[in-house]
Design a protein. Sequence first.
Length: 494
Amino acid sequence: MDRVVPSRWPALLVLCAGSLMIILDGSVVAVALPAVQRDLGFTAAGLAWVVNAYLVAFGGLLLLAGRLGDLLGRRRVFLAGVALFTLASLACAVATGPALLVAARFGQGVGGALAMAVSLGMIVRLYPEAAERARAIAVFSFTGAAGASIGTVAGGVLTEAAGWRSIFLVNLPIGAVILLAAVRRLPAERGIGLRSGLDLPGALLATGGLMVAVLGIVGTAEHGWTSPRTLGTAVLAVLLLGAFAVRQRVATVPLLPARVLRVPGLVAANTVQFLMVAAYFGFQFLLAVELQLVLGLDASATGWAFLPTPVVIAVVSLGVAGRLIARWGARSVLLAGLGLATVGFLLLARLPADGGYAADILPAMLVFGVAGGLTLPAVTTLAMAGATDTDAGLASGLANTTQQVGGAVGLAVLATLAAARSDGLRASGWAETAALAGGYRTAFAVAAGLVVAALLVAVMTLPRQPAGVVPDAGPSGPVRAGAGNDPHRSAASG
């Protein structure tokens, strides 16, 4: 089996560091929200926009940002994204009022979208051989899977030790180091040029539609699913995205070319990822709330309670996932991981109100660690399998968009179901803690159903690969693990 070319590891580590900084920021901010509210005078409704402003910008711009990477050069867009994210972090740290902080968080979302959207495209370029790419994507996936859990711990420590502004100030030296390392270590790419076609009307329609969709989803917690606001944003999002689809059929150079959607397995992999991530986001956020409201853990203890999951994800994704994908194929590894994730959610779906951490929580944490370490690299490998040099940024942006929108939808739906079930149990005379636990059990059972749906989609729609064969980018199709690829393309990528 081929070894990853050592000289490419520094470039991969730069991309992982950028991803980690951006992903950590989301969970770090969530822990600091009470302190932010006290200091800046946010209302309860307004405080949600510290999170929502970031999500709207990030989720809405990923597709456009990925295409800009193809046109302008992915390193250039990555550098712009990290620089903007770092400057916006400074603006967050010095914000003196709610409006300034929300605007700065929107800027962070724009910068995060630019950097994240092109990262997978650069990995495809750096690692053209399938076996190498499987291991590189496993490393990159670990930073995303573990970053949120690590951020929960880091956010509590930083906020308690140095105040909420420190969670933004810490991004300044980290961002500066990433920028310097990126200039030195990431290969320069010229891109195919704006003259190849940006499709500005299509870009505006897609970005507007995605932003409105995310805006409607994140607002359901406050306004409900059937409110005029939620229904209005849903209709507007459908109209904008429908107009985008029509535009793609008539545009000379569409933002999302039909050839990209015809790549074998791409739509199927993104569908599986949507369902899978919808369930995973519910695990992370709903369980964090349940640990505090039902089991009585404080914020710091809750953060530490999640630590086994990223530790196991690290062992699996960094140690074995890439080798398993290279040996058995990404599809087989994905199916095994989804089966384990189903078991994890079923364990949580039986969690009693008086449950203990060691007996009732820890087994699920360990199962989710193995499942995440297998499924996230596998589904990412499949989503990027057919990406060519011309469209790698777009495929990367599409995969990230699917992940963000899936997470937002899943969290909103599962949180709503948990709340509705708890309300019903209270009305039936259940005690508060028991009613809350019953609501969360319902949500986790539905999450198990989402993972089963993802498993069925994967079984029925993802193309099979023989053992020892993993999908490879480009027109040459799948290659056998360890086999050489086009030498000219490999030399250009190194």
